[in-house]
Design a protein around this ligand. Structure first.
Ligand SMILES: *[C@@H]1O[C@H](CO)[C@@H](O)[C@H](O)[C@H]1NC(C)=O
Ligand SMILES: *[C@@H]1O[C@H](CO)[C@@H](O)[C@H](O)[C@H]1NC(C)=O
Ligand SMILES: *[C@@H]1O[C@H](CO)[C@@H](O)[C@H](O)[C@H]1NC(C)=O
Length: 466
């Protein structure tokens, strides 16, 4: 992760450099040209662009780093790959479009300063988001998946291959949400175009039990989703000095009364900057409402929410992913058995879901666990936290498990966003599969979705109505 940050720092500098040259070409003073990448782009959390976690893709979207993805040792051959992928870049949801419109109305009517960017917002920027966009995938989001498909096929050519597609050994599963179905379709298109296969039709299964388990887990719904106090740290953070400072600075920049600039409005503006960038690849004038210090605070607000709703905050968040966990390991086990007889039936499984699918599974498996919980009060202490959604789940984020057949036995490689990650408490980068199984023994033998998600009768709020 550390290396990643320094890489990005370098790329950003190089980029802004190139654009400084462009900016002086504009003769009109009104026409401001900003660096193409907002300075705050690395703090967008779950609304971040995939390129921010893999900056080398900015120059070449199909580049793969063969050094990073080499087999664990000589004589190993990959025999199975499971990829769990978040949908690509999407439009804001209906709820967020409403908030953006409110922000836009307020700013165009009441904000005043003599800055060029405000003039640009008022005279050139159009409120182009409509409620019917409601979280659907955008063109960039389809590209996210088409390109990822080609990079994965380039990285694992013996598994993600035309031969395996034709012999039906690649399976596609998706959440029922439009943006996920559209993503898996784009992924398949990416592969077929890459191999120039025109005569192949690929099907996909819709499976919400697997990819939207959070909607099926009653205990999660009752204890967390519908529980007003479950996210109290998120609400409390809105009242902290850090958050107030961001509000005051934004009010100041817009010359608006402080009372108008609520935490909700601040969030809407931050999201607006992130949407403009992720969807249209532009550094919108709205991004001028924040500096890096503000963005870090807003990133933390987003991380807090994910932590309490999808991560370690409540145990049921993690446990709700038990079915997906067992599904992955069941498939690895099956492959491990089959390889003894020399034939693997399912070479590749591609599963498309949500950030809400990936974060619980990562938490269940112990990734990105900080020593102290994220709370409303320890923002400063958590500067070096590992639970940082900007790094973990941008659009098209992906977890890849690769099982290798090696001389010394089977090995399991784990990649997050196409970079190897070691399993928590296992120092080796691609340990023996049996080591991983031993490490997750308790989960493999337990972690029963039905049991974890069951709501005890006594505390079941709707049971009295039955
Ligand atoms: C590939 O990854 C290696 C190991 O992290 C790194 O040293 C190298 O610079 C990377 N190459 C490219 C082209 O990004
Ligand atoms: C709601 O969340 C709070 C805080 O985590 C917890 O103490 C409480 O038991 C939860 N209530 C229900 C009904 O689950
Ligand atoms: C890793 O080891 C530490 C110390 O032994 C333990 O507290 C922690 O729970 C372990 N983490 C996982 C994910 O097993």
């Amino acid at each position: 992760m550390l290396q990643l940050v320094s890489n990005r720092g370098f790329v950003l500098t190089a980029f802004s450099f190139a654009l400084v040259r462009v900016s002086y070409c504009s003769t009109e003073n009104i026409q401001v040209v900003y660096p193409k990448i907002p300075a705050i782009a690395e703090y967008f959390g779950t609304k971040g662009r995939y390129e921010e976690v893999n900056p080398h893709l900015i120059d070449d979207i199909l580049a793969v780093n063969k050094t990073l993805l080499k087999p664990p040792s000589v004589g190993c051959s990959p025999i199975h790959l499971t990829a769990i992928i978040r949908h690509g870049t999407r439009y804001p949801t209906r709820k967020n479009v409403k908030k953006i419109r409110h922000l836009y109305d307020l700013v165009t009517k009441e904000a005043m300063n003599n800055k060029k960017w405000l003039h640009e917002i008022k005279t050139q920027w159009k409120m182009w988001y409509t409620e019917d966009m409601d979280g659907q995938i955008v063109a960039k989001g389809r590209d996210d998946h088409r390109h990822l498909a080609v990079r994965l096929a380039t990285s694992f050519p013996s598994l993600i291959s035309e031969e395996n597609i034709r012999s039906n050994r690649i399976k596609f599963i998706t959440s029922s949400k439009h943006r996920c179905v559209d993503s898996v379709i784009a992924f398949k298109e990416g592969l077929l175009n890459f191999w120039e296969c025109k005569d192949v039709e690929l099907i996909h299964e819709v499976d919400d039990m697997l990819m939207r388990f959070f909607d099926k887990c009653r205990r999660f719904i009752e204890d967390v989703e519908n529980n007003k106090t479950a996210l109290k740290e998120v609400d409390l953070f809105k009242t902290t000095a850090e958050m107030k400072r961001v509000q005051i600075k934004m009010a100041d920049r817009l010359q608006l009364p402080y009372s108008h600039v609520t935490p909700d409005l601040v969030e809407a503006a931050f999201y607006l900057c992130s949407y403009e960038f992720a969807i249209k690849s532009v550094n919108s004038p709205w991004c001028n409402l924040f500096d890096e210090m503000d963005a870090k605070v807003l990133e933390y607000a987003n991380d807090l929410k994910q932590y309490w709703k999808r991560g370690y905050g409540h145990d049921i968040n993690r446990k709700s992913s038990c079915t997906l966990f067992h599904d992955v390991f069941g498939r690895l086990d099956r492959t491990a058995n089959e390889i003894r007889f020399g034939h693997v039936t399912e070479a590749v499984t591609v599963q498309v879901g949500h950030a809400e699918t990936i974060l619980p599974l990562l938490s269940l498996m112990g990734f990105f666990k900080d020593e102290t919980p994220l709370t409303s009060e320890n923002y400063a202490k958590q500067q070096g936290r590992s639970f940082r959604t900007s790094h973990i789940v941008p659009y098209a984020a992906n977890l890849v498990f690769v099982l290798y057949d090696c001389r010394e036995g089977l090995r399991l490689q784990f990649l997050l966003n196409e970079k190897p990650l070691t399993f928590p408490n296992i120092s080796q980068s691609a340990p023996l599969y049996e080591t991983v199984r031993e490490h997750y023994k308790d989960l493999l033998e337990g972690c029963n979705f039905e049991e974890e998600c069951e709501v005890p009768r006594a505390s079941c709020s709707k049971c009295s109505e039955l």
